[in-house]
Structure formats: C-alpha cells, structure tokens
Design a protein. Structure first.
Length: 406
C-alpha cells in the first residue's frame, strides 16, 4: 500500500494543509453572517444571499488570473499573494462596521474571495501530487479534513460572539483578528521554500500541445471527461454551500432551536460530522476505489436532500445531517479524479478552472433563498437535491469508465 505522503514532502504537505484550515474558517463564517445581517441590517433571506454571491463571484473572476499567477510565480509566491488579499479583505470589515454599510461588507467579502481562490488553486493540486497518484484522492481528502476543522470552529466562535448578549457585537472584531493572523501566515510563507512539482504526466493525461494559456484552456474544455468533472464540481458547490448558508435559517424557521444554539449545532454537529466523514472517507478510499465511494455517497445525498424537501419532521432532520455525512468526500474526490487526467504543464490552469466552480454556491444559495421566501425552507431543499443528482450521474459515468479499463 502506497504512503499518503512521502517523507521528503511531509513539511510542504503540513504547510499547505494549514491553508485548508484557513479558508475553511473564512468560508464557514459566511454561514453565520447570513442570519446576523438579516437582523442587524434588516434585510431579507434573499438579500442576505448576496454574501455568498459576492464572495464566490471573487472566486469566479479571479480563478483564471490565479492560475496565471501561480504558473508564472510558483506556488509559494502565489500563496503569499492570496494571503495578502485575504488579510486586506478581512481588515476592510473595520470601516464597514463603522459605517454599518452592507456595500462595504460585500466589497470586503469580494476581496477575501479573490484571495481564497488563489490559495485553493495552489493548495488543491499541490496536495494531490505530494505522493503516489494512486493515493491522490485519499491524500486530498485528508488535507481537506483540516478545511472541515476550520468549518467547525468558525461558526461556534464567531456565531457565539455575534449572537451573545444583546446581539450587537460588531463583526469587525473577529475579522480584524483573522486579518492579523493571516498577515502572520503570509510572513511565514514568504520565508519558506516550497518545492515545485515536476513529476511526469500520467499515461492517460491530456497531451500538452502548447504553453499558451488560451490554448491550454481550450484543450482542457474540449476533453469531455474534464468538462464533466468541472460541471460536477459546480453542481456539488450548489448543494454544499447553499445548505451551509441557510442551515441556521432552516433550523430556526419552525422553532427547532434558537440562533445561538443553531450556530453551535452547525459547528459541532453538522460540520463536525462533515469533518469526521471526510477523514473516514480518506481511510476508506485508501482501500476502496474512489469512484465506488463517490457513487454510493452521491446516491445517499440525493435521498437525504429529498427527505428534507418533503418536510417529514424528525426524518427530515436526520436527512439534513445525512447530507453533511455523505457529501464530505465529494469535492476532493471529484477534484482528484478530474485533475488526474491533466498533464503536469497544464495542472495549474486546470486547477484554476476547477476553482471557478464555487460560483455554483452563489447560484444555489440565491435560488434556495428565493424559493424559501416564496414557499418554505423545507421546499427550498429541492435546489441542493438537484445538484446532488448530477454528482451521482457523474460518479456512475466514472465508475463505468474504470470498469471498462480494468
């Protein structure tokens, strides 16, 4: 059995994995901001979904430039630039809070999104190649587990702070602290060296025909398997981000729990389950083909989301948490399977294309918010169910392909 990380890559893997925690923390705060801004700024559920829309618009617009930056400057410098943008956006919450301006908050979140996509564009492919190709999906799931840890900690810390007492605690304080921590991380990464990966492409890689970025993008998108993986990631983000974003709204809609308890349950219950499922998935995929695990999880998420949409009381509540358990391995697994087809010269641009997909979260959250305002929170779960259905279809196609080549 191949090791997840070879000895010479242990330090680079540890440093890169710390980034997964950071962006997990930053993205999980968004799920608390929805409810907080609905109350502090007196906006609707639909309006609050602009929080996700703006952040992931930054992902979408900055993804290709992120690939270019990393291609030309390397992983380490790319990470430093991403961290600096992340810190700048966080510190913008200070003037935003002083003016209580939703516009300034959205600008700050856009800048944060631009920084995060650079970090993810660098870290995801980097983690996947720090070892044997056979364990790429398992290794990326392990690294992504620290993303889950950040997701657990953020809602309970920030939610507990914002929703405590009279609920008037400023959002600038947690963001200012985060900005300072990220600046320190940028300083650390500016002082260390990360090896550039120069391994040969696999036999089934898409053939490199040109170093032109435009031609690389065209070639990647012309490959139907890569294109299918790209769409599958987009649909996964529709489901995962929209459920996270409106978790507190769903759990408080019918008096199931109050917002303070809901933020804690989101942290330790839903996202804790998500993290442990991802760790478990990493272990399982070191023994069972990733495509098989993805197909099983895809089917279970479809069932779980539909149970929530049908508003079946306790059964629907179980379905909500089941979504977190079975979706946990999806992003890193789809990413690893898709990126495995790409030759080494194109992997950074391929990663940037794949990292455009969180815009799906903005689309899903907006659609879910509109449907929730028009009908009910339960009914709005039709949106994530649709995203999971496409992921399931993708998993079946890849499972079929592996059987034909076996």
């Amino acid at each position: 059995m191949s090791k997840l990380v070879t000895k010479k890559y242990i330090l680079p893997f540890a440093l890169i994995t710390s980034l997964f925690f950071m962006w997990g923390f930053a993205r999980a705060i968004l799920d608390v901001l929805n409810k907080h801004f609905q109350e502090s700024l007196s906006i609707s559920i639909t309006q609050s979904t602009l929080i996700q829309a703006t952040t992931y618009l930054g992902y979408f617009l900055m993804a290709i430039p992120a690939g270019i930056i990393i291609t030309r400057l390397g992983y380490r410098r790319g990470v430093v630039i991403g961290l600096l943008l992340f810190a700048a956006g966080s510190l913008l919450f200070i003037p935003g809070s002083s003016a209580m301006s939703f516009t300034i908050f959205l600008i700050a979140l856009f800048v944060i999104g631009c920084g995060l996509v650079i970090l993810e564009t660098a870290a995801n492919p980097y983690a996947s190649v720090l070892g044997s190709p056979d364990t790429a999906a398992s290794r990326l799931n392990l690294a992504q587990s620290f993303n889950g840890l950040g997701c657990i900690i953020a809602p309970v810390l920030v939610g507990g702070f914002l929703f405590s007492g009279d609920g008037n605690n400023g959002v600038d304080i947690p963001y200012a602290v985060m900005g300072i921590i990220v600046l320190v991380a940028a300083l650390i990464f500016s002082r260390v060296k990360l090896p550039e990966i120069t391994t040969d492409a696999s036999d089934n890689a898409i053939e490199t025909q040109s170093t032109s970025i435009a031609s690389t993008i065209k070639r990647l998108l012309s490959d139907h398997v890569f294109r299918f993986g790209l769409i599958a990631l987009f649909c996964y983000e529709i489901s995962e981000i929209s459920i996270n974003s409106l978790f507190i709204n769903y759990t408080t809609a019918e008096g199931w729990m109050d917002k303070t308890v809901a933020s804690a349950v989101l942290s330790f219950g839903a996202l804790g389950l998500f993290m442990f499922a991802r760790v478990g998935g990493s272990w399982i995929m070191s023994r069972i083909k990733a495509e098989k695990v993805l197909a099983f999880c895809g089917f279970m998420t479809v069932v779980s989301a539909l149970l929530v949409a049908m508003d079946l009381g306790t059964i629907s509540k179980i379905g909500l948490f089941s979504c977190y358990a079975f979706e946990a391995i999806m992003f890193p697994t789809i990413f690893a399977i898709t990126i495995a087809r790409v030759d080494n010269n194109s992997v950074k641009i391929a990663s940037s294309l794949l990292m455009m997909t969180p815009i799906g979260g903005a689309v899903g959250t907006l659609l879910m918010g509109i449907l929730a305002d028009a009908t009910s929170m339960s009914t709005s779960f039709i949106i994530p169910a649709a995203g999971y259905i496409f992921v399931f279809l993708y998993s079946l196609s890849r499972l079929s392909a592996t059987r034909k080549t076996a």
